[in-house]
Design a protein around this ligand. Structure first.
Ligand SMILES: *Cc1c(COP(=O)(O)O)cnc(C)c1O
Length: 401
């Protein structure tokens, strides 16, 4: 009772069965959780990660673990990839890709607004190591083209991006990157594999924070990278084994459990987000709503082409955001005032413009104006959960007044 082929199966079937098989010794239908950090071997195994291959037996959980491997296979199949690898967090995955695939003297082109951890890692850590970084608005392909140099080795997109939900054209960016022999990496956390399959659009690597939609329940951190074996192999040998950002098998097991319902959850996230976005757009205290599924989103056409599901992330603006945030902290009944996203619980957080620009994005000139034009003094980033849509709308209505 293992899938004989996956290419003819739908995403709901794959989310449940891919990568899993009944336990051969006990017949257990659910995946077994192997917490062992070491494994008893019956032959001499090299101590060097350089000698690891996909045929190597389990030796030590930082190198490979049977529970984690099932998660990796499920992710690989959902992303239609050759290979996949799990990490302890989305940041462990991001840092590993950037450090393992870039070297001193290389040049990176990256979204100028994205996940703050990634933005700061690029601007501070990579530049300290002698890697040049050019942040651009990747939702404009001309900006990517103009930033390319002879030594550009990687283009990094986040789509939809944090917190303005800008959409970047993956196929267009892949063509630009590949013309220069650079890799295209897509952080697809806000989309999930249900909404977008970046590899099919030409990306070389797709990255997720499993902490968000894929795990989906706000109780386990993880990260993943999927792509060609030739790019994932070095990530396992160098990044996972030597940088050490290995996921706990328990978290891998929880995330795999969450993944079974990912297609169903994404459908509900989208349905609730669309209802809430339409409510917000009609509300007289709300100045602007950004949701890729709304016709008013500046890139609604591209989102419709590139995404099979608009996901559950909404950003919106209202007057006096700090007072509204204070009311939210006191009065919200259902929605949690908290960072993070993609959980079954709805989460909202004020992303203040001065804070983000000062600490993470460091924009100036025309790019700063463009950011302020969209975000004002700040946007509320709402991760629409799986509660009843009407309850979410009522909860927001009572704080917006
Ligand atoms: C959360 C997030 C990350 C980092 O993931 P962690 O699991 O928190 O380390 C990276 N990229 C995006 C888009 C995220 O939302």
């Amino acid at each position: 009772m293992t899938l004989k082929s996956t290419s003819d199966k739908g995403l709901q079937t794959l989310a449940i069965h891919a990568g899993e098989a009944p336990d051969p010794t006990t017949g257990a239908s659910a995946p077994s959780l192997v917490m062992s950090s070491t494994f008893v071997v019956d032959e001499e195994i090299s101590f060097s990660a350089n000698n690891l291959s996909s045929e190597s037996p389990y030796v030590y959980t930082r190198w490979g673990n049977p529970t984690t491997q099932q998660l990796e296979q499920k992710l690989t199949i959902l992303e239609q990839a050759e290979a996949g690898i799990a990490f302890a967090s989305g940041m462990a995955a991001s840092a590993s890709v950037l450090l393992a695939h870039l070297s001193q003297g290389d040049h990176l082109v990256m979204s100028n607004t994205n996940y703050p951890g990634t933005a700061e890692f690029a601007r501070d850590t990579l530049t300290r190591l002698g890697i040049e970084v050019t942040p651009v608005d990747t939702s404009d392909l001309a900006d990517i083209t103009n930033a390319m140099r002879d030594n550009t080795r990687m283009v990094w997109l986040e789509t939809p991006s944090n917190p303005l939900l800008r959409i970047s054209d993956i196929k267009g960016a892949a063509d630009i990157a590949h013309a220069q022999n650079a890799l295209l990496v897509v952080d697809s956390t806000f989309a999930s594999p249900i909404a977008t399959r970046p590899l099919a659009l030409g990306a070389d690597l797709v990255l997720h924070s499993l902490t968000k939609y894929i795990g989906g329940h706000g109780d386990a951190m993880g990260g993943s990278v999927c792509g060609k074996q030739a790019l994932i192999g070095p990530l396992r040998g160098e990044a996972l084994v030597h940088y050490g950002g290995v996921i706990s098998p328990f978290n891998a097991w929880l995330i795999m459990r969450g993944m079974a319902t990912l297609p169903l959850r994404m459908r509900c996230h989208q349905e609730n987000a669309l209802a809430v976005a339409r409510f917000l757009e009609a509300h007289d205290q709300v100045e602007k709503v950004l949701y890729p599924g709304l016709e008013s989103h500046p890139q609604h056409a591209l989102a419709s082409k590139q995404m099979d599901n608009f996901s559950g992330m909404i950003s919106f603006r209202c007057a006096n955001p700090k007072q509204v945030a204070a009311r939210m902290m006191q009065q919200l009944e259902v929605i949690h005032y908290a960072v993070s996203l993609g959980h079954h619980r709805s989460l909202i957080y004020l992303m203040q413009t001065d804070d983000l620009i000062g600490s993470s994005y460091r924009l100036d000139g025309a790019e700063l104006e463009k950011y302020r034009d969209a975000a004002g003094d700040g946007v509320f980033r709402l991760s629409t959960g799986l509660e009843d849509g009407a309850d979410l709308i009522n909860d927001l209505a009572q704080v917006l007044g």
